[in-house]
Design a protein around this ligand. Structure first.
Ligand SMILES: Nc1ncnc2c1ncn2[C@@H]1O[C@H](COP(=O)(O)OP(=O)(O)O)[C@@H](O)[C@H]1O
Ligand SMILES: O=C(OP(=O)(O)O)[C@H](O)COP(=O)(O)O
Length: 394
């Protein structure tokens, strides 16, 4: 990476504004999954150990520029305190005089978490005035929020125009792992694309066809491809206006010699619920008033085999509605195959895929679980991430 690292700059005694992605799931005022907090710990700990005054900033949810009591970062500060084994102070705002006073009282190695930056309308608008207010709090800017690096916001992009800046350790690791996967991949290289966001993932499929040896399609987005193959999909998820594009991808795969794997059988249900009637059918036999909610056993076998024979696999999006146990088998089979394939480097991206791997207790057997869903997709599409582009070059 040609961007400065936090390790390239002197932070001792300096006030460091460190943007992290603490956009974590919460329930009843508690953090229910602290993966992103733990992922940011190496940078926070490094800064504290170096004697910096660590000022952390993050968004949480989408409060649309207004204060939302349920989206305060207080529970995250509590969790971070527990993880670090030291007191982490929390500010009630993200800039201004009160925050300045709190910072003035900090000692070297202290950590302060600012309030949700999206409580201010200027954040998502990348308002230069708000960026200046953030910059006024610190001497140095470090961006460790890979999950938000695809956003050009005041705390991810604007602030970097006003302070010396560098990438945090998580940011570096994410860019290095994903960058290597794409620039110099071990082969056979397989991409598995599933989930429900057809529109978001179409672009990435196009780009991946230039790079992979195998492309596996599953999840809700498969049915646009199934339809493009000429089969009926009943009530399954379908993006009518993307059928032609799906067709062109299958043709492109043929031209490029990419093996394109689609479900050969599926689990269909008469309702989107745990206790729906369900049955397994061949891909050309989806009944008109049923919907496909998971891949079937034959497909699981094929996909498992491809994974076993790959050296590098990137996986984004579940194979079925894994939140319902009745339709979790396809996703579980893929996760298990990745866990079993010890010689295969596995990269998981996307909140739901990561959640699925956690649910099956297989997270620690994956090589790399990316903290960014949208960010990892945009990166893999070859787009520039504004939060990275804004940082100082080496
Ligand atoms: N066959 C399907 N029909 C409808 N929804 C599906 C199907 N397969 C997967 N899904 C849903 O897709 C969602 C995840 O999609 P997406 O957000 O694109 O993935 P990710 O967050 O991993 O990028 C899950 O909530 C899952 O229930
Ligand atoms: O959770 C996030 O995105 P992700 O679910 O695509 O990983 C990031 O924190 C970005 O959040 P945003 O999509 O509200 O800008």
């Amino acid at each position: 990476m040609n961007k400065k690292s936090v390790k390239d700059i002197d932070v001792k005694g300096k006030r460091v504004f460190c943007r992290v992605d603490f956009n974590v799931p919460m329930k009843d005022g508690n953090v229910t999954d602290d993966t992103r907090v733990r992922a940011a710990l190496p940078t926070i700990q490094y800064l504290a150990d170096q004697g910096a005054k660590v000022i952390l900033a993050s968004h949480l949810g989408r409060p649309k520029g207004q204060v939302n009591e349920e989206l305060r970062l207080t529970p995250v500060a509590k969790r971070l305190s527990e993880l670090m084994g030291k007191d982490v102070k929390k500010a009630d705002e993200a800039y201004g005089d009160a925050v300045q006073s709190q910072i003035a009282e900090m000692n070297e190695g202290d950590v302060l978490l600012l309030e949700n930056v999206r409580f201010y309308p200027g954040e998502e608008k990348n308002d230069p005035e708000l960026a200046k207010e953030f910059a006024a709090l610190a001497d140095v800017y470090v961006n460790d929020a890979f999950g938000a690096a695809h956003r050009a916001h005041a705390s991810t992009e604007g602030i970097a125009q006003h302070l010396p800046s560098a990438a945090g350790l998580l940011m570096e690791k994410e860019l290095q792992v994903l960058g290597k996967a794409l620039s110099n991949p071990d082969r056979p290289f397989t991409a598995i694309i599933g989930g429900a966001k057809v529109k978001d993932k179409i672009g990435v499929i196009d780009n991946l066809l230039e790079k992979v040896d195998n492309l596996i399609i599953g999840g809700g987005l498969a049915y646009t491809f199934v339809k493009a193959q000429g089969h009926e999909v009943g009530k399954s998820l379908l993006e009518e206006d993307k059928i032609d594009l799906a067709k062109s991808f299958m043709e492109k795969a043929k031209e490029k010699g990419v093996k394109f794997y689609m479900p050969v059988d599926v689990v269909v249900a008469d309702d989107f619920s745990e206790d729906a009637n369900k049955k397994t059918v061949a891909i050309n036999e989806i009944p008109s008033d049923w919907e496909a909610l998971d891949i079937g056993p034959k497909t699981r076998e094929v996909y498992t085999d491809v994974i076993k024979n790959s050296k590098l696999v990137i996986w984004n999006g579940p194979m079925g509605v894994f939140e319902l146990d009745a339709f979790a088998n396809g996703t579980k089979a893929v996760a298990q195959a990745l866990a079993d394939a010890k010689d295969t480097y596995s990269v998981i991206g996307g909140g739901d895929s990561a959640a699925a791997v956690e649910k099956f207790n297989l997270a620690d057997q994956m090589s790399h679980i990316s903290t960014g869903g949208g960010a990892s997709l945009e990166f893999m599409e070859g787009k520039t991430l504004p939060g990275v582009a804004a940082l100082d070059d080496k």
